[in-house]
Design a protein around this ligand. Structure first.
Ligand code: PMP
Length: 455
């Protein structure tokens, strides 16, 4: 029998897969699939290494509290390790991180504190400064501090690096990764460069991060913002050795998400947003070569935490990451076109409870009511509330009894300012083309439309 006797024994030894269905120029490109780790990401490796090292150095006592600032994945790795070893865990995360990551952390037993994502290092509410402060104020606590903890790098020097070296049969021309803490880059990069003179380290950096410009031009620009999660920085982390980097590519959010989606479509590999950035940089590198290079790209985590974002067409459209057809009229503001069967609707004969369940599921507060594809009303949360407030049994009544029949209809060629009159009455605009219902426009659709115009 071959089996693991503890979940922590399953960390590491992840598969390497060649990408055969994507154009890699003259090169061979291999993906190191780190989402095969039990906590779902590359960060399980460093969680185990940082806790084991702290135990060895007497920095954690039994029953103590681990405290960390993390975008999520290190938190999940630490939760796995903390639960197995009997420590409490407190995680501080910036509020731009996906809900899925937060729920996952809480489900694994961590306490999660949310802090601002719009402040930079040095601000008391910056997630790392905040975590460090709480650690000082909490008795018997250990601030894990992945950004400055050498055991982070060590996990990759002893684990990830040697695995890649073996899997590539001691022949690798380039290694591509991103930098969150720089642990992967510094650990794997230094190991591979020690083993092989020819191996180059390629940095994949989101547009807005300061690292790529620093590597390529030696200048520290002011940081912008980006939506890819887990990589890109507004400072250079203590453990990150950028002198290992031979070349850096700056990759837009749009290209990162598109590349991640392409990897799923072509290779069946379901990856997170940082993998999209890393793969896009790897493909730039591969396609610019003139001879066959053997290239490894790290895949830090899987796509399941990002389903409601980069794998959701509506989110991608709202953010302007997917090109939409341009009509030059109000149809450009409709986020779900009825003609394409995208609208979420109610029928007059279904119950209020069914309508409200659908609103909750899609995170919307009103539904157009359609009978034989013709709009006959609109039902929103206030209509339902008025109906059931004194009579909860009305939840079982049909939508037709409480829906608003007086509709605020606009033709698709109407000017945008006509929408404002509708919104001023707290209504949504129902866009029609003759008899045909095209879709609805809400305040947030108009805001999204205006936002897309500036980007
Ligand atoms: N991708 C994801 C999804 C991550 O969570 C992280 C860690 N923040 C990284 C990449 C970067 O890894 P490292 O911290 O080793 O630079």
């Amino acid at each position: 029998m071959t089996f693991a006797s503890n979940i922590l024994d399953s960390i590491g030894n992840t598969p390497l897969q060649e990408l055969r269905n994507i154009d890699t120029g003259p090169c061979r490109l291999f993906a190191k699939l780190e989402y095969h780790n039990p906590g779902g990401s590359i960060k399980d490796r460093i969680a185990l290494s940082m806790v084991q090292t702290a135990e060895r150095d007497g920095l954690i006592q039994p029953g103590g509290t681990l405290i960390e600032a993390t975008a999520g994945n290190t938190g999940l790795g630490l939760a796995l390790v903390a639960a197995q070893k009997g420590y409490k865990l407190l995680i501080v995360i910036p509020d731009k991180m996906s809900q899925e990551k937060v729920f996952h952390l809480q489900a694994m037993g961590a306490e999660v504190l949310m802090t601002r994502s719009d402040v930079v290092k040095g601000h008391p509410e910056y997630y790392q400064d905040y975590a460090a402060r709480i650690a000082q104020e909490t008795p018997n606590a250990f601030y894990v501090n992945q950004f400055a903890n050498p055991a982070n790098v060590q996990a990759h020097v002893e684990g990830t690096g040697p695995e890649i070296w073996q899997q590539m049969e001691h022949n690798i021309d380039a290694f591509v990764c991103g930098v969150g803490t720089g642990g992967t880059l510094t650990g794997v990069g230094s190991y591979l460069k020690k083993m092989s003179e020819k191996t180059q380290v390629i940095l994949a950096d989101p547009e807005g991060s300061v690292l790529a410009d620093y590597v390529n031009e030696g200048v520290m620009r002011e940081a912008g913002s980006w939506q890819v999660e887990g990589i890109g920085e507004d400072f250079i982390p203590d453990i990150c050795d950028l002198s290992l980097v031979d070349r850096a590519y700056s990759i837009s959010d749009q290209l990162s998400f598109a590349t991640g989606r392409e990897l799923l479509a072509r290779e069946g590999i379901f990856v997170g947003s940082s993998s999209g950035t890393i793969l896009a940089a790897a493909l730039h590198y591969c396609r610019s070569q003139t001879e066959c290079k053997r290239v490894v790209a790290i895949i830090p985590d899987s796509g399941n935490k990002y389903i409601s974002k980069m794998y959701n067409d509506h989110w991608m459209l709202d953010q302007g990451f997917i090109e939409r057809k341009h009509y030059g009229d109000l149809r450009d503001l409709i986020s779900r076109l009825h003609r394409k069967h995208e609208t979420v609707v109610a029928t007059p004969d279904e119950t209020l409870i069914a309508a409200q369940t659908r609103m909750k599921m899609h995170d919307i507060s009103q539904l157009p009511v359609l009978q034989d594809d013709h709009i006959c009303g609109i039902i929103d949360e206030s209509d339902i509330l008025l109906a059931v407030n004194d009579h909860p049994e009305h939840f079982r009544d049909p939508v037709s009894k409480y829906m608003t029949k007086k509709l605020d209809v606009v033709v698709h060629t109407a000017p945008i300012k006509q929408l404002l009159q509708t919104f001023a009455k707290d209504h949504v605009a129902i866009v029609m083309h003759g008899d045909e219902f095209l879709g609805i426009i809400t305040r947030s659709d108009l805001l999204n439309y205006l936002r897309r115009k500036i980007s």
